[in-house]
Design a protein around this ligand. Structure first.
Ligand code: ADP
Ligand code: ADP
Ligand code: ZN
Length: 220
């Protein structure tokens, strides 16, 4: 399965990509996670990217494409992957298609997760991310068993700096201008399904599985 999850910041792409990656035993490839790792490592690419991320703007395509190309060429991505947060504009989508074509593969499906703006603001303001394994929590909707501590790895949970309200507004604007046109792009290619992203995470997961024509988890 080569799947792209599209949607505004806070739509639940990361949450769903992680669950589906575990279900299908393929990696979740999140451009935001790759960028944040580069920032933490203090690489030149990371230092350059941080200037854009701090302001809620898109990192230049060449930097993001370099990280994605590297990640998709790893052996574990050969059998498939779930892209989360990439592509984010039409130019990235076109480069991705060419990149895959060179290896004789292509995307199977694009699923757009639709969530209204007022719900997004609630989700992002309560979002907490694990420093250890990048797992996602929410102070109200998906609280960890112990406040501030990751259930999965015991890592420390933190609030992303770009989840501050002013930056979120900028990111929503960037989504509307640069990323939303991708819905038409993939729609024209007949590759897109839109699903409702409001509801429990397991309900949303079932809608995605339906949209890609895959079976739900056993015992579900
Ligand atoms: P969210 O899903 O909440 O929008 P991400 O982790 O996907 O957050 O992205 C965080 C930031 O990283 C973005 O605001 C942007 O600056 C940068 N970024 C992530 N993916 C891309 C991409 N494909 N192209 C350009 N910038 C990106
Ligand atoms: P994205 O990757 O699209 O930016 P996340 O997966 O990080 O979105 O989700 C944003 C926030 O919303 C997180 O705090 C997450 O725990 C929470 N969340 C995810 N899915 C749901 C859902 N179906 N209902 C309520 N909250 C959710
Ligand atoms: Zn963790």
């Amino acid at each position: 399965m080569r799947l792209v999850l599209l949607g505004p910041p806070g739509a639940g792409k990361g949450t769903q990509a992680r669950a589906l990656g575990e279900l299908w035993k393929i990696p979740q490839v999140a451009s935001g996670d790759l960028l944040r790792a580069a920032v933490r490592e203090g690489t030149e690419l990371g230092r350059e990217a941080a200037r854009y991320m701090d302001r809620g703007q898109l990192v230049p395509d060449d930097l993001v494409l370099k990280l994605i190309a590297e990640r998709l060429s790893q052996p574990d991505a050969k059998a498939g992957f779930i892209l989360d947060g990439f592509p984010r504009n039409v130019a990235q989508a076109e480069t991705l298609a060419k990149m895959l074509e060179q290896t004789g593969s292509k995307l199977d499906k694009i699923v757009a997760v639709i969530v209204p703006d007022e719900e997004i603001v609630k989700r992002i303001s309560g979002r907490r991310t694990c420093k250890g394994c990048a797992a996602m929590y929410h102070t109200t909707f998906e609280p960890p068993k112990k406040a501030g501590v990751c259930d999965k790895c015991g890592g420390e949970l933190y609030q992303r700096e770009d989840d501050a309200e002013a930056t979120v507004r900028e990111r929503l604007k960037v989504y509307a201008e640069a990323t939303r046109p991708l819905l038409n792009h993939y729609g024209r290619l007949g590759m897109l399904s839109k699903i409702n992203g409001v509801g429990r995470t397991d309900e949303v997961e079932k809608r995605i599985l339906n949209a890609v024509g895959a079976k739900a988890r056993v015992n579900d």
